[in-house]
Design a protein around this ligand. Structure first.
Ligand code: SAH
Ligand code: SF4
Length: 410
């Protein structure tokens, strides 16, 4: 049976693109992204006696994640023999910067080539974006190459190629950003662009780049625990936000095992519309999603859940929608983040008028919520929310429609 995209949603299976699994990891693994347990194992592999491993792990942790060293030579507290053995078997490699663009507003975007090979494919690439403010600097990190979901307004969802990033590749994005921004102890700041005034350039992390972080749970968890570890990079969990399109069964686990801030890509207040904008809603409808938010471990008035709402002209931006949004979130410690839609070629949507965004925001504000409108950053270099897409082949508009139609057909 065929159906149009506008057909009324019925109880249907949710269809995902198949992730690509022909990835071959590099022969010499990088220590970047290894947890303490994995570093302990790595030391065992090169013959470090059991009794010394804990102490050696502390040393490595300091050199890798606190000082950001890129070669084993500088690890002066580690004996020469151990350094040589590490060198033979491991690297300190991070993703390679293929291109760096700096926006007129100071936003920086890096196109990163990931280590390893993919049979029959070009090397995989992801994008990572740095958004400087006066006092803080936020790094927008990717969790997957592409995304298996296909939210209708998101550029990343049009990418055909999909694979999960490893923890190393996720931590690697933070390491590269800090390398480029001179953000390690003793580092030299770049002379172009903008950096915040404080001691640190990267003060906040948002898992809002390419991919759905909860579809790559273990790697994202391990990476965020490394990034937040106080003996290393040390970015507090209150300054790390994981954004999900609503993978309900993993939300509680994210709170328990990661403990970072949560953001939900809500975008619609009715299932019928959300099914269309965020097709994962067919699997986990709004009521289930909000129940998971109500019980998110650690959520409180001091630690609110952010609800992201992309402003699409004539689609989800009416005043009635704003009122419904306020009613829907009653009882949840929430912040609402209105995101002006960032257009991309062929998206078929337009951003709401500025006046309408202000009226919508006023309703939310009057109901007692902070409702910041997220200023689009880095639009000139396609670095704004939902504009990220690395070099891999795109799904054609027809294929996108076919996938969406399949999700509506039984
Ligand atoms: N997959 C996760 C995180 C990455 S997307 C998620 O969906 O939450 C990060 C945010 O950008 C999400 O809220 C997403 O809905 C939003 N977004 C995607 N495309 C956009 C676009 N074209 N304009 C504005 N925001 C967009
Ligand atoms: Fe994937 Fe998030 Fe884009 Fe949806 S909005 S396609 S979940 S990256």
């Amino acid at each position: 049976m065929t159906t149009t995209v506008d057909a009324a949603p019925v109880a249907v299976p949710f269809v995902e693109k198949a992730p690509l699994e022909r990835y071959v990891a590099p022969a010499k693994p990088s220590l970047v992204g290894m947890t303490r347990a994995e570093l302990t194992e790595a030391l065992g592999e090169i013959g470090v006696p059991q009794a010394q491993r804990k102490m050696r792990v502390q040393q490595l942790w300091h050199w890798i994640y606190f000082r950001g060293l890129r070669s084993f030579d500088g690890m002066t507290s580690v004996s020469k023999d151990v350094r040589a053995a590490l060198e033979q078997r491991f690297t300190l490699e991070r993703p390679e910067v293929v291109a760096e663009q700096v926006s007129v507003d100071g936003t920086r975007k890096w196109l990163l080539r990931l280590p390893g090979e993919v049979q029959g494919e070009r090397p995989h690439e992801v994008e990572c974006v740095y958004i400087p403010g006066t006092e803080r600097g936020t790094l927008c990190v990717s969790s997957q190459v592409g995304c298996t979901l296909y939210c209708s307004f998101c550029h990343t969802g049009t990418q055909r190629l999909v694979r999960n990033l490893t923890a190393g590749e996720i931590v690697g994005q933070v390491m590269v950003a800090r390398d480029r921004l001179g953000d390690w102890p003793g580092g030299v700041r770049p002379t172009d662009g903008v950096v915040p005034s404080g001691e640190r350039c990267v003060t906040n992390i948002v898992m809002m780049g390419m991919g759905e972080p909860l579809y790559n749970f273990e790697a994202v968890r391990d990476a965020l625990l490394i990034v937040s570890d106080g003996d290393g990079i040390g970015i507090s969990k209150r300054r790390i936000t994981l954004s999900t399109s609503g993978v309900v069964p993993l939300i509680e686990r994210a709170g328990r095992e990661i403990g970072c801030m949560l953001a939900i890509s809500l975008h619609a207040v009715r299932d019928e519309l959300r099914n269309e904008l965020v097709p994962l809603n067919r699997k986990y409808p709004i009521a289930q999603l909000l129940d998971a938010c109500r019980t998110y471990p650690g959520a409180s008035n001091a630690k609110r859940i952010t609800f992201e709402y992309v402003m699409l002209r004539g689609v989800n931006d009416s005043i009635a929608d704003a009122r419904a949004l306020v009613r829907l979130l009653k009882g949840i410690p929430a912040k609402i983040n209105l995101i002006p839609f960032n257009p991309w070629p062929g998206s078929g949507y337009e951003c709401s008028d500025w006046d309408q965004i202000e009226r919508f925001s006023q309703v939310i504000f009057d109901a007692g919520y902070a409702s910041p409108v997220r200023t689009p950053r880095g639009r000139d270099i396609l670095a704004a929310c939902g504009q990220l897409k690395s070099n891999s082949e795109k799904l054609s508009a027809r294929e996108r429609l076919a996938l969406r139609a399949m999700a509506m057909t039984d």
